[in-house]
Design a binder for this molecule. Structure first.
Ligand SMILES: Nc1ncnc2c1ncn2[C@@H]1O[C@H](COP(=O)(O)OP(=O)(O)OP(=O)(O)O)[C@@H](O)[C@H]1O
Ligand SMILES: [Mg+2]
Length: 496
C-alpha cells in the first residue's frame, strides 16, 4: 500500500518511527526546542504516546525542520502509563501536551519538591517536580560543574525535606553557606530561615556560642571513641608499614589508642630488637605494635596529632553529639553539620565518624528486628564525593559499604560531585536516582548517561545545553527522565 501524503499532513504528523525514535516535519516558522514534550495520538486505538524532542535538523525537501524525539511512554484510554513497547501508526498527529496530560505526569512526582518541569524552553508551573522519598535508600547522585547550582539544589531539597518530614537527611557544610546563607551576602538565605526550621531542622555547629545561641544551633561534639583509627587511611596516604600498624590497632578502643600516641614517646617504645621493657600505661597496645617499624609508628603518631589539632574545637575525650544527631535523623529531620572553615581532612574524618555511627545503628536495628523494624529512611550527603568514592578502595571505607549494603537498612548516600568519572563505577551502578546538571566534560557526561536507569545517551544534546539551575532527573520512581528548572531557594522559602 502506498500512502499519499497531502500537504496538510506533511507537517506535524509522524513520518518515521521505530520503538526508540519518532520523527516528523514542522514548518520553518514553527517553534520547537530540544527537550520539549509532545503527544502523538493513535487515532484508532486511542493510545497517546508521550515523547521528548532530542534533535532538530533541516529538511531540504520542504525547507522546514525534521524533528526527532525519544518516546517516553504511552497512556491507554484508562489512563494507565506504560513503557513505549508499541508504536503509533504512520501519519498520527503530533501536538503539545494538554493540561490533563500534565496532571497525569504529576501523579508520578514524589513529595520532595525541587522545581518545575521544563518542556523545551518553557517552565511548566502547573507541574512541580518532586523526588519520592522512597527512592532515597537506593542512593542519589548529583553531578554538576562548579557554579551550576548544586548548593542551591541542596538547599531547596532540604527545604522540602524539612517540611515533608519523610526522611532524615545529613549534610555537612564546610563553607558555612547552608545554615544562614552565603557569608557576606545579605540577600542570601539559609535553612535556619525556613519557617518550619524549629520542627524539621537540627543544626550542630562549631561556631561560637554567641552566634549559635541566636538561632538555637547546638554545639557539635565528637568524642574520641566516635572516631576510628582506620579512617586515617581516608585522609592521609599510607605506607604499607602504617597500614600494618593501623590493622594491629583495630581491636583497641580509639580513646586508648589516642592516649597511647599522644602521651607516649613512640621512640621510647621497645622494639623487637631492643630488650628494654616498656613502662607506660598501655601495655597491651605497646605489646601489639612493637613489631611495627619505628618510622611507621612515628608517622601514625604525627597523623593522629595533626587530626586532633585540626579538630580541637570539637573533638574531645567524652562529649558526643552522635546520639542527638541519630535521634534527629530518626525523627525525619534535616541534620546540618555546620563546620565553617574546617579543613578537608578534618571534614572527612568526622563525616566518616558520624556515618559509621548511623550505619552501625541501622545495621543493628535490621539484625534485631528484620526489615519490618526499619527505622525511617536516612540519606547521607557527601560533597566532593570523589574524595571518598574513587576507584582506590583504601580511600572508601564506610561510604562504599553503605553504597553496597545501605539499601536494605533504609540508608542511602547522596553523592555530590563535579567529576563523576572519578567515582568508582560499581558505586555509580548502585545509584538509582541521578541529577544531571551542566557538565562541561564529555567523558563525565558519558559516564553519567550510561549509568542512569534510563539510557540518557540520546539526551546528550540536551545535557550539553543545560543552563545554571537546570537538571535532568532519572529516578526509579518516575518512569521517564524529567527535565526540571530548580527553584531559587530564596524564592522557594516564601512558599512555606
Ligand atoms: N535554580 C536557580 N535559580 C536561580 N539562581 C540560581 C539557581 N541555582 C543557582 N543559582 C545561583 O547561581 C549561583 C551559583 O549557584 P551555587 O552556589 O548553588 O552553585 P554550585 O554548583 O554550588 O557552585 P560551587 O561549585 O561553587 O559550590 C548562586 O549565586 C545561586 O544563587
Ligand atoms: Mg556549592
Amino acid at each position: 500500500m502506498v500512502i499519499v501524503i497531502s500537504n496538510m499532513d506533511r507537517f506535524n504528523h509522524l513520518v518515521g518511527t521505530d520503538v526508540l525514535t519518532y520523527s516528523w516535519l514542522i514548518e520553518s516558522n514553527a517553534m520547537v526546542a530540544v527537550g520539549e514534550l509532545v503527544v502523538v495520538t493513535d487515532e484508532i486505538s486511542g493510545l497517546r504516546y508521550f515523547a521528548r524532542v532530542t534533535t532538530i535538523i533541516h529538511d531540504t525537501k520542504t525547507g522546514g525542520f525534521q524533528v526527532i524525539a525519544l518516546p517516553i511512554g504511552s497512556v491507554g484510554p484508562d489512563g494507565s502509563f506504560r513503557k513505549p513497547r508499541t508504536i503509533p501508526p504512520l501519519l498520527s498527529p503530533v501536538r503539545q501536551l494538554k493540561p490533563d496530560e500534565y496532571r497525569l505526569l504529576k501523579t508520578f512526582m514524589g513529595e520532595l519538591e525541587i522545581g518545575y518541569m521544563m518542556s523545551g524552553n518553557q517552565t511548566i508551573t502547573d507541574l512541580p517536580v518532586g523526588i519520592p522519598s522512597a527512592a532515597l535508600p537506593q542512593h542519589l547522585g548529583i553531578f554538576a560543574t562548579t557554579g551550576m547550582g548544586k548548593s542551591n539544589l541542596m538547599k531547596v531539597f532540604c527545604a522540602s525535606a524539612i517540611s515533608a518530614r519523610k526522611a532524615g537527611i545529613l549534610i555537612t557544610d564546610p563553607h558555612g553557606e547552608y545554615a544562614l546563607g552565603e557569608p557576606g551576602n545579605a540577600s542570601s538565605r539559609g535553612l535556619l530561615h525556613h519557617p518550619k526550621a524549629q520542627e524539621g531542622l537540627a543544626v550542630f555547629t562549631i561556631r561560637d556560642r554567641k552566634d549559635s545561641d541566636v538561632y538555637q544551633m547546638k554545639s557539635l561534639w565528637i568524642s574520641h571513641n566516635d572516631l576510628s583509627i582506620a579512617d586515617l587511611g581516608l585522609v592521609f596516604d599510607q605506607t604499607s608499614g602504617q597500614q600494618e600498624i593501623i590493622n594491629l590497632l583495630l581491636p583497641f578502643q580509639t580513646n586508648q589508642i589516642i592516649e597511647f600516641f599522644v602521651n607516649e614517646e613512640v621512640d621510647k617504645l621497645p622494639s623487637h630488637l631492643k630488650t628494654t621493657a616498656y613502662i607506660g600505661n598501655h601495655q597491651e597496645i605497646a605489646q601489639r605494635v612493637r613489631s611495627g617499624s619505628a618510622d611507621a609508628l612515628r608517622l601514625v603518631q604525627r597523623q593522629i596529632s595533626t587530626l586532633l589539632d585540626l579538630t580541637s574545637r570539637f573533638v574531645n575525650p567524652d562529649r558526643s553529639s552522635l546520639p542527638d544527631i541519630i535521634s534527629s535523623l530518626d525523627a525525619g529531620k534535616v541534620v546540618l553539620i555546620d563546620i565553617p572553615g574546617i579543613s578537608d581532612a578534618a571534614e572527612l574524618f568526622i563525616l566518616s565518624a558520624i556515618t559509621r555511627a548511623i550505619f552501625k545503628r541501622k545495621q543493628h536495628l535490621f539484625i534485631e528486628q528484620g526489615s519490618a523494624g526499619k527505622s525511617g529512611t536516612v540519606l547521607i550527603c557527601i560533597e566532593e564525593a570523589q574524595r571518598v568514592l574513587s576507584q582506590r578502595s583504601e580511600k572508601t571505607g564506610i561510604f562504599r559499604e553503605i553504597a553496597m549494603e545501605g539499601r536494605k537498612f533504609g540508608l542511602g548516600l547522596g553523592v555530590i560531585t563535579q567529576q563523576p568519572k572519578n567515582i568508582d563505577k560499581r558505586v555509580l551502578a548502585q545509584m538509582n536516582t541521578l541529577f544531571i546538571m551542566g557538565l562541561a566534560d564529555r567523558q563525565d557526561r558519558e559516564i553519567v548517561a550510561t549509568s542512569a536507569k534510563h539510557d540518557l545517551r540520546v539526551l546528550d544534546t540536551e545535557i550539553q545545553t543545560l543552563d545554571r539551575g537546570d537538571v535532568i532527573i532519572s529516578t526509579v520512581g518516575i518512569p521517564f527522565p524529567v527535565s526540571c528548572h530548580i527553584h531559587y531557594f530564596e524564592d522557594y522559602l516564601k512558599n512555606f
